[in-house]
Design a protein around this ligand. Structure first.
Ligand code: FES
Length: 327
């Protein structure tokens, strides 16, 4: 046997002897403690967490201020993003350096034992050990939470009124005079056959969607209005909302026949998708995607020959889907 072979054999025998001796002690193999608990009060870390939380609160408040005084979305995004990032940083620092560091490696069975439950409750309670500036941290956390919550709620102020009410409203009332875009009162004589006139309610906001109406004059004999509207078109002058009931475009075209035997009948046409309304028949839809007629404004002519509304619009102004919020 060579010298090397003898050496290897000797090492193997020695290992076996050592293992045998160890088994003889009857003691279990030492194991690493699966739970490590490190408690230390780190005042600098607590101060840092508090500062981060107060900074997050300041950013959230800045978001609210920007929202009220400025509509720069980049500033808003920067403030909101910084607030959230600072809160995240505060939580990271708190998790690493403020609260006790505990490592749990043992799977925990269901706690049906009262004693075990109390142990867990006690352990959770001890989670606050090692934190010396609790009031400061609570104040900072409360400030950050309240400011971020306020920043999240403030944009709701921009939601405004429910769309199902406002767009459909109209400023037209009984007795309201009709006027031109320039503020000149409209007289019946201003609406000649073939003319297409846009009018607004006197004294009201012309920009309101319920304001603009279109006026056309047709032969009285050609009108096919419902019986209830028989007096709504004095001298054959008809007024309808200028807002298309399909998607809200402005009715901008009037198809007025040039030669009765061959021309198509009069029509109010929306240039967006070519919905066409019959002005003689209460603006019934005769072509296109609109789902309902244009609301009609009842008219009367006063002693001075000026056109006035004799009542409100016959229905809500604008597309039917403007009212879906109510459904
Ligand atoms: S908006 Fe008038 S037809 Fe579409």
């Amino acid at each position: 046997m060579s010298l090397l072979a003898r050496l290897i054999a000797a090492i193997a025998v020695w290992k076996r002897v050592v293992r045998h001796r160890h088994d003889d002690t009857g003691l279990p193999e030492p194991e690493a403690d699966p739970r490590e608990r490190e408690i230390q009060a780190d005042r600098r870390a607590e101060t840092l967490v508090a500062l981060l939380l107060f900074a997050a609160a300041a950013c959230a408040i800045a978001f609210i201020v920007f929202y009220v005084v400025d509509d720069d979305t980049q500033l808003l995004g920067l403030a909101a993003g910084l607030a959230l990032a600072l809160i995240a940083a505060a939580l990271m620092v708190a998790g690493l350096r403020v609260v006790p560091q505990v490592t749990e490696v043992e799977p925990r069975p269901e706690l049906d034992d009262r004693v075990e439950q109390e142990e867990v409750v006690d352990e959770v309670r001890r989670g606050g050990e090692g934190v010396s500036r609790r009031k400061l941290l609570f104040a900072a956390g409360g400030a950050a939470g309240a400011a971020v919550a306020a920043a999240a709620v403030v944009p709701a102020a921009s939601l405004g009124p429910r769309v199902d009410h406002r767009p459909g409203e109209s400023p037209w009332r009984r007795g309201t005079r009709l006027m031109t875009e320039d503020g000149v009162r409209l007289r019946a004589a201003d609406v000649t056959p073939g003319a297409f006139v846009t009018a607004f309610p006197e004294g009201a906001d012309m920009r309101e969607l319920g304001s603009p109406v279109i006026l056309v004059r047709l032969p009285v004999a050609d009108l096919r209005l419902p019986a209830a509207r028989a007096r709504w078109a004095p001298e054959g002058i008809l007024a309808y909302s200028k807002i298309c009931t399909h998607s809200g475009c402005a009715i901008a075209l009037f198809r007025s026949p040039k030669y009765e035997p061959t021309s198509r009948p009069p029509g109010l046409v929306c240039p967006c998708h070519y919905s066409t309304f019959d002005p003689a028949a209460a603006a019934k839809v005769v072509f296109g995607p609109a789902g309902r007629p244009l609301p009609q404004l009842p008219l009367e002519i006063d002693a001075e020959g000026v056109l006035r509304a004799s009542g409100p619009m016959s229905g809500p102004v604008g597309p039917a889907w403007w009212g879906v919020a109510e459904a």
